[in-house]
Design a binder for this molecule. Structure first.
Ligand SMILES: [Zn+2]
Length: 449
């Protein structure tokens, strides 16, 4: 099916902002992008024309690290839960919740998380899953919800950990291998996979070595939490006499395919070693603030030439909000209104995140230009001031919060998945009503009722 997005301001992310522009979508790709005069009308029998006048069009966003399984924790109040550090957040909340996820709760969490990402203009997600009570087949369940029903481009992985014993670590390894095998047979551009690992401090050397041996034959890398809390470094130094990056590197796990979430408590030599290995770092500032985890040296990582993208770590769904939080946190932490520019943080969202997705899915993504996949977000953003190529990031930072904008339409792979802010082909109110019932059952299990 062909579509003509007609009118609107197009942020191409290719050094150009087109006023009163048009985008022609054919066979899942952007066939043409330009001004209204340059691109011909689309005859009715050759496709659909969608009025985008007064709208702002951007490439769909990428979320480089999230946990869809956490979605149903929203509003959950657990008795005697007042964590003092990241370890207590994990033991007091997340490791209790993931244990209580059954197939229904995993499906529902993924479904709601995917919907909310989509409604924030996110078209590609890198998920990190854990459901130790039903590990086998859990990634397939998520794929059915997130990719097949909702239509998000998704890279999935299962969180391998020894925290529940070697047997469950083996189940996690098997689930990653099964999923990666399924992905290689699917031959589509909407699914991909990484090898999920929790974090160094819950992983034995035997498990790391085993995973490393599998990666030799796979065209993917690990997706792991790196030095999110001080606990990760303390454990590695106490047990193995080396810092986390060195430990993982000695197992051959840090390469150009690796996704490393957080990277907060890193020494300067560790950052230098990362720069040598060229992995992908993911910054998640809102989660870091919420957990009191610390502030990553984003500028130091970027200055070393590392790719540093943005994720949400399961907290919030808007990548524009994550972009904003990144800049606010760095300015506050470094005590300067000029610390890091809009362009530095814009690079994370508009260059590095797409680079990650292009590598993972093997397609061209992230520009509204001919030859790129048609993953597009159409925002209703009635700006009171001019939008130009130079000030676009300023509009995102200062203008697109609260009810100042709405994601109206989203295309993934050339097909509309959101129209007029409603899911295409799905009844949102039914889905949310069902989710509340599933949440109540999950919460009862968690509270032992
Ligand atoms: Zn995470």
């Amino acid at each position: 099916m062909s579509y003509l997005l007609d009118g609107g301001t197009i942020w191409t992310n290719n050094g150009e902002l087109i006023e009163d522009g048009r985008i022609l979508i054919e066979n899942g790709e952007i066939a043409q992008a330009g001004s209204s005069e340059e691109i011909a009308d689309l005859p009715e029998d050759e496709g659909e024309t969608i009025d985008c006048s007064r709208k702002l069009l951007t490439p769909g966003f990428v979320n480089a690290h999230t946990h869809l399984y956490s979605t149903l924790a929203r509003g959950l109040v657990l008795p005697n839960y007042s964590p003092e550090n990241l370890s207590e957040v994990l033991t007091g909340l997340w490791w209790k919740l993931d244990r209580k996820l059954d197939r229904e709760a995993t499906r529902t969490s993924a479904r709601i998380g995917a919907i909310e990402l989509l409604k924030n203009g996110v078209t590609t997600v890198f998920d990190h899953h854990s459901s130790p009570s039903h590990t086998e087949g859990s990634l397939q369940l998520i794929e059915e919800e997130v990719v097949e029903k909702i239509g998000l481009r998704s890279s999935l992985c299962y969180e391998v950990t020894d925290r529940n014993g070697r047997g469950e670590a083996q189940q996690g390894i098997r689930e990653n291998l099964d999923w990666l095998s399924a992905v290689s047979n699917r031959n589509d551009d909407l699914t991909s996979g990484q090898f999920g690992l929790h974090a160094s401090f819950t992983l034995s050397s035997d498990t790391l070595e085993e995973v490393s041996s599998y990666l030799e034959d796979l065209e993917t890398g690990i997706h792991i939490h790196l030095a999110e809390g001080r606990e990760d470094q303390d454990d590695s130094l106490n047990q193995y006499g080396e810092r986390v990056v060195t430990r993982l590197d000695n197992h051959g796990l840090i390469d150009e395919h690796a996704i490393l979430a957080h990277g907060i408590h890193l020494s300067e030599p560790e950052k230098d070693l990362l720069a040598d290995r060229d992995p992908f770092l993911v910054h998640n500032p809102r989660s870091n603030m919420n957990n009191g985890a610390g502030v990553a040296d984003v500028e130091g990582l970027l200055n070393r030439g590392l790719s540093v993208g943005l994720g949400n770590d399961g907290l919030g769904f808007s990548m524009i909000d994550e972009f904003r939080a990144t800049l606010l946190l760095q300015k506050l932490y470094h005590g300067s209104p000029s610390f890091m520019g809009l362009e530095d943080v814009g690079r994370m969202l508009f260059e590095d995140n797409y680079k990650l997705a292009e590598d993972a899915f093997g397609i061209k993504l992230g520009k509204l230009s001919p030859g790129y996949r048609a993953d597009i977000a159409v925002l209703n953003y009635p700006s009171p001031t001019p939008i130009t190529e130079e000030n676009f990031l300023g509009h995102l930072f200062f203008g697109t919060s609260g009810n100042n904008y709405e994601v109206e339409t989203v295309f993934v792979d050339g097909e509309p998945v959101l129209r007029d802010s409603e899911l295409v082909g799905l009844n949102e109110s039914d889905i949310y009503r069902d989710a509340r019932k599933v949440s109540e059952r999950l919460w009862k299990r968690l509270k032992g009722k």
